[in-house]
Write a protein that binds this ligand. Structure first.
Ligand SMILES: Cc1cc2nc3c(=O)[nH]c(=O)nc-3n(C[C@H](O)[C@H](O)[C@H](O)COP(=O)(O)OP(=O)(O)OC[C@H]3O[C@@H](n4cnc5c(N)ncnc54)[C@H](O)[C@@H]3O)c2cc1C
Length: 375
């Protein structure tokens, strides 16, 4: 069947934008992808990959590369603050998702895998440029680019992340991201052999976890409740992170004792908002974090971004026209993405209220079980 559209502009070359470019090119659709960053960089943190995310990578065709250059283990080991294991949370893999457990990868490695596939797909990539104006009519979208150029497309996709400009252009009334009262710290380190899966260290003043991202390395995350948005010079990060890790034993204590001025630390206050469905107006659609940004409690934002791309491709396969494809996309994506955003925020609130760890892990396990369902 001939697709109901021939040309697409994707604004934003993150996980959502690149996955969508790959899916649309598979269908022979002409794709232009622009990214504001002239170097098309991504910051050097680790990312956790859940079983549904691995399944989505499989459908996109990048699973082998991700497993080769990232890490896959099984489930989450729950530990006390001194490092004693007390519980295990199963992967949805054990609930029927056809994926090899869960795992992790460094963001720049995932970016390299996706960007190579995007370029190889025949997508026309232009960097250092954005959109300044969009005018959607019944048959297409007129676009004015920031470099003075113009274009017309059958569909424009805003995949430009949390602070999406496309969102501001089509939904000027949309809510803006708000600080949630939590800050996440991430540290990149060598992986000792006993850290063979994700570990959470619960019951202390902060929530700490470690996740392998390759055979050699892992990242540690530390979630801190910070009623006010913190601002801190880089030179003070290591000392402050060591203070937050005080009293922890096991791997966390060892990583704390190794902290110094050269330690690779990224500190980021968390922001979120809920954009009501539908996430499109006329022939302009938002996907990924531009539509449903989430805090990282369920580690599912990347998976949702890739699923958006897969579902959009499938809806294009079966729809007679663009409006039907977009309506079909929304019908399949709204509830699932909303669950990720709302339950991530709910877990964040439990963390801030000091709820017992079992209450928090129960909501994590319930959410992952729902996400194990077919997309
Ligand atoms: C602290 C933190 C930790 C996380 N950890 C995990 C995790 O462990 N596992 C997981 O699955 N998810 C995690 N997530 C969520 C995940 O990172 C996101 O859901 C995912 O990156 C969304 O991809 P995206 O392509 O929609 O947006 P982004 O990754 O933000 O990409 C947007 C792209 O658009 C470009 N851009 C921005 N503005 C413009 C513009 N005006 N014009 C053109 N281009 C533009 C940017 O340069 C970028 O390339 C985490 C999120 C946070 C905040």
């Amino acid at each position: 069947m001939t697709p109901p559209l021939q040309s697409v502009l994707i604004v934003g070359g993150g996980i959502a934008g690149m996955a969508t470019a790959i899916e649309l090119r598979r269908r022979g659709i002409a794709v232009d992808l622009i990214d504001l960053d002239p170097q098309w960089r991504v910051y050097g943190a680790g990312i956790t990959i859940t079983a549904p995310t691995l399944r989505a990578f499989g459908q996109l065709g990048i699973l082998d590369a991700v497993l080769e250059r990232g890490y896959s283990g099984r489930g989450i080991r729950i530990c006390t603050t001194d490092g004693t294991p007390v519980d295990e949370v199963s992967d949805p893999a054990e609930l029927g998702v056809d994926a090899p457990g869960s795992g992790g990868i460094m963001r720049p490695v995932l970016h390299q895998i996706l960007s190579e596939r995007t370029r190889a797909s025949g997508t026309a990539v232009q960097l250092g440029v954005t959109v300044d104006a969009l005018a959607s009519d019944e048959l297409g979208v007129d676009v004015r680019f920031s470099d003075g150029g113009h274009g017309r497309y059958d569909l424009v996709i805003g995949a430009d992340g949390l602070n999406s400009k496309v969102r501001r252009l089509i939904f000027p009334e949309a809510p803006v991201p708000e600080y949630t009262g939590q800050t996440i710290w991430r540290l990149f380190a060598d992986r000792p052999p006993e850290i063979d899966r994700r570990h959470f260290f619960l019951g202390g003043p902060v929530k700490i976890g470690v996740a392998p991202v390759s055979q050699q390395s892992l990242y540690l995350f530390l979630l801190e409740n910070t009623p006010r948005r913190p601002i801190m010079p880089d030179a003070e990060l290591a000392a402050e992170m060591a203070r937050l890790m005080a009293g922890y034993g096991g791997i966390v204590g060892r990583l704390r004792d190794g902290l110094g001025p050269q330690s690779p630390i990224i500190m980021r206050p968390l922001e979120a908002f809920l954009l009501p469905a539908p996430w499109y107006r006329g022939r302009v659609l938002l996907i990924g974090d531009a539509a449903h940004p989430t805090t990282p409690q369920l580690a599912s934002g990347a998976g949702m971004a890739v699923e958006d791309a897969i579902v959009l491709g499938q809806q294009i396969d079966t729809a007679d026209n663009v409006a039907a494809a977009l309506a079909g996309f929304m019908a399949r994506r709204a509830a699932r993405c909303q669950l990720v955003v709302e339950n991530s925020l709910a877990i964040g609130r439990l963390e801030q209220a000091g709820a017992p760890p079992t209450e928090q892990t129960r909501l994590v396990a319930q959410s992952l079980a729902v996400l194990a369902q077919p997309i």
